[in-house]
Design a protein around this ligand. Structure first.
Ligand code: HXC
Length: 258
């Protein structure tokens, strides 16, 4: 692993990726996003990893796309070389990704957090979509996922005001994050949840993630139909049989990921 802008480690069955470009507040430049997607893919295909934690440092989760790298680009540059292709890479990851956010999660950084499956925030975390201040708009889900997370009025306010002021508590109340913890505890909390997930049947976990994400794509009736099919599909696994059998026999299930 010759990564320069991320740190990769493992805690039991949990893969941990720390964005590590502190001098630029983890601005999401080409190299950083490429390394991040590469590490995510490696964890995704590693049978010893059940879930992934993505974090930054105390000052920043990520302060957005790299403005310096984008400054001189023309439309044709953007079309020929999509600086947002990493978002497609993250969406393809089957294992759950938990974002542990301390400090700034701005622009592409907030969108990166929303691309993850669960967001935990440290008490000093700050979220915002300040793109409007630099003459552009969110490009990686800020006007789409944020609406689903916090509703239209708040999403409009965040994207139109460009203010960097949605603190952890507000983000929690609004439903953007699922828990707020002391800054020095948020990664540990994410790892704890990731371990819980890792103890489950991996194919079943992937189906849950897939089904929840599907709800963003389709109308309710189609989503329910899709969910029902995936539910039926679990009956093709050994782990479903073992899970129910263990319940009936009043013991813990032993999942074989089969
Ligand atoms: C490139 C960045 C950066 C960014 C910070 N830096 N954010 N470099 N791209 N997005 C760099 C600064 O230039 C500076 O480098 C160093 O990080 C420290 O930042 P400071 O500004 O000195 O820190 P501070 O005064 O504490 O202010 C923190 C801040 C501010 C409020 C977060 O940095 C800021 O407003 N950043 C930009 C936030 C933003 O607009 N994000 C949206 C980007 S557009 P030097 O070399 O001077 O020390 C976007 C499009 C989304 O994300 C599209 C999909 C991905």
């Amino acid at each position: 692993n010759n990564y320069e802008m991320i740190l990769v480690s493992q805690n039991a069955n949990v893969g941990i990726i720390q964005l590590n470009r502190p001098a630029a507040l983890n601005a999401l430049c080409k190299q950083l996003t490429a390394e991040m997607v590469d590490a995510l893919n490696k964890f995704d295909s590693n049978p010893n990893i059940g879930a992934i934690v993505l974090t930054g440092n105390n000052r920043a989760f990520a302060a957005g796309a790299d403005i310096k790298q984008m400054g001189d680009r023309k439309l044709t540059d953007m079309l020929n070389d999509d600086v947002l292709d990493w978002t497609v890479g993250i969406r393809a990851i089957r294992k759950p990704i938990i974002a542990a956010v301390n400090g700034y999660a701005l622009g592409g950084g907030c969108e990166l957090a929303m691309l993850c499956d669960i967001i935990y925030a440290g008490e000093k975390a700050v979220f915002g979509q300040p793109e409007i201040n630099i003459g552009t708009i969110p490009g990686a889900g800020g006007t789409q996922r944020l609406v689903k997370a916090v509703g239209k009025s708040k999403a409009m306010e965040i994207c139109l005001s460009g203010k960097i002021n949605l603190n952890a508590e507000q983000a929690h109340i609004a439903g953007l994050v699922s828990g707020v913890y002391p800054a020095d505890k948020v990664v540990a909390k994410a790892i704890q949840t990731a371990k819980l997930i890792s103890a489950q049947s991996m194919p079943i976990v992937a189906l849950v993630k897939n089904s929840v994400n599907h709800s963003f794509e389709v109308p309710l009736e189609s989503g329910l139909e899709y969910e029902r099919r995936l539910f039926q599909l679990t009956f093709g696994t050994e782990d479903r049989r073992e899970g129910m059998k263990a319940f009936i026999e009043k013991r813990k299930p032993k999942f074989a990921n089969l």
